[in-house]
Design a protein around this ligand. Structure first.
Ligand SMILES: Cc1ncc(COP(=O)(O)O)c(C=O)c1O
Length: 253
């Protein structure tokens, strides 16, 4: 997204311009890393119920953190970012939920890595959480063309109905961000798997005890959804994502 903004002339490398972004933390971390190297200032708007460890890390990167009131809904940070933009029209909002460079990055890199790693392995199911919809759209669209017979399962927290635009407060950070994002191509989704926060925590524990992988709560949700898919499709190969580390979510275990 930063490279796209540089190409369009919105951002100029080394200028010290300010990038503004509402984020649950991980896109913010990516922006912080890139901005350090490319010479931008970063203001991130994060819901106040999101991981404190991530906030500390982002501050250590030199980002300014503005906390939104999570009681105002799943998109409290998006709404506050829009208000900040009104006060600071010179800030550049990357707007990951509406920026076509988000899914494009997954089409141009994530899925290429996946296809190279898969080799001859025949994947029948893709299980992916939906936050901005960037990776399910980018990876799902290319994989469907490349593999033909692929079922794409979107993962959502219990109580939300993504396609019907119903969102409730939930504990699976990274998923169901409170609105249907523009970058999400719903035609890529074949079916939606609903997962409780408890199932997601169980998924985290399973990954630790059986694979030695300490991954976060939205990854745990993917594992819980994979188990549902596997129960109905024994012997078929499922591809899913591990997004971040368990360290930021230990209080959920
Ligand atoms: C931990 C975590 N899980 C899931 C997602 C959802 O990914 P996407 O925004 O591509 O839908 C994100 C997005 O940043 C994330 O940080």
């Amino acid at each position: 997204m930063i490279l796209a903004a540089e190409r369009s002339g919105e951002l100029s490398r080394g200028s010290g311009q300010t990038i503004l972004e509402p984020t649950g933390g991980n896109t913010g971390l990516g922006i912080a890393m890139a901005a350090s190297v490319l010479g931008y200032r970063v203001v991130l708007v994060i819901p106040d119920n999101y991981s404190r460890e991530k906030q500390r890390l982002l501050r250590a990167f030199g980002c300014e953190i503005v906390l939104s009131d999570s009681r105002r809904g799943n998109n409290s940070h998006g709404e506050l970012a829009q208000e900040i933009l009104l006060e600071h029209p010179e800030y550049v909002l990357l707007n990951q939920g509406a920026n076509p460079a988000n899914p494009r990055a997954h089409q141009e890199s994530t899925v290429i890595e996946i296809l190279a790693d898969l080799g001859d392995v025949r994947v029948r199911h893709l299980v992916a959480g939906v936050g901005t919809g960037g990776h399910i759209t980018g990876v799902g669209s290319v994989l469907k063309k490349a593999l033909g017979d692929l079922t794409v399962h979107a993962v959502q927290p219990d109580g939300c109905d993504l396609l019907d635009q119903r969102f409730v407060r939930h504990k699976i950070q990274g998923l169901a961000i409170g609105y249907l994002p523009q970058v999400l191509d719903t035609s890529v989704i074949d079916t939606v798997e609903t997962v409780t926060a408890e199932d997601a925590a169980t998924g985290m524990r399973l990954l630790m005890s059986q694979e030695g992988i300490a991954a976060g709560i939205s990854t745990g949700a993917n594992i819980a959804a994979c188990l549902k898919v596997a129960a109905l499709a024994p012997g078929e190969t499922i591809l899913t994502f591990a997004y971040d580390s368990a360290h930021d979510y230990l209080e959920l275990l």
